[in-house]
Design a protein around this ligand. Sequence first.
Ligand code: ZN
Length: 319
Amino acid sequence: MAKVLLLFLLLSPYFLFADGHIFVYHRFDDTRYPTTNISTRELRKEFNYLKTHNYKVVPLIDIVNKINAKEKVPSNWVAFSIDDGFKSFYTHGLSVFKEFNYPFTLFIAVKYTEKKYKDYVSWKQLKEITNYGDVEFHSYGHGHYGRMSDKEINSDMEKGLTLMKKHLNYEPRLFVYPYGEYDKRVDNIMQNYNFQAVFNQNIGAINGACSDAYDIDRSAVVGSNANDFKLYLKFQELCGVTFQQPTAFPKDKIVKTVEVTLEDKTITSADIFISNNGWTKVKVNNGKILWHANKKVKLNRIKIGVKVKSKIKLMVLSK
Ligand SMILES: [Zn+2]
């Protein structure tokens, strides 16, 4: 998907500095898992790029505060999040963050630490990590919430939150959905937990004034492609998007109709993204997109996106 996006941007004339951006990483210098890994060499490159281009790396909570105040996020703000709590962050990634004095937020799936899985940070290491950044919540068991009952989700949440309180004496303010998967029902459950913000894993940008604090976009950067990183920095958030169809993951894996409403009625053309199918140009009539796509998807988690010039908004559907 990243390559398609990159090509798309290179062909378009809209290279603007705009909106805040949140990035997510998982593993560092761990070549066993190329789809969730970044080398520290690449990470340094990205950090140097931010430094030389006058970006300001802020704690994630600063962006959250802007969103909750309905204020515009400054266009040069960037925040970093790291998911799951892999040991390679402690052994490899952390030193680079320290070197640049960049803040970060580590979202842990508590079970892996509690049960001492060998690829994950220990409670002791987490305490040390809190000297340099924030540690927040990414569920207890890292389950697919979309496939779990309300009761199972609540019990998973309680279990994890209790352990974070016990070991770190901390009540998390921020939450990340496991696998970046969520739907209306899961979102409704989250509303009961008084988090200041909840994050997905959809490529996007943070306007602030129009962003939903319980559905904040984060772009994942993996591999050795600094171009993706630079590309994502150019995106702006497309505000006022309502995805109407499809409403659920298509059982036959065919996305039949894409229906989207845009608040801005002056838009006449947009591009629609469907996983495995790239981008397709569509007409917009009075804020309405109705596209009979009939596109086959291969994965169990698909993204559908809409893009108007450099403004972008994605959503996720999972099996
Ligand atoms: Zn995760």
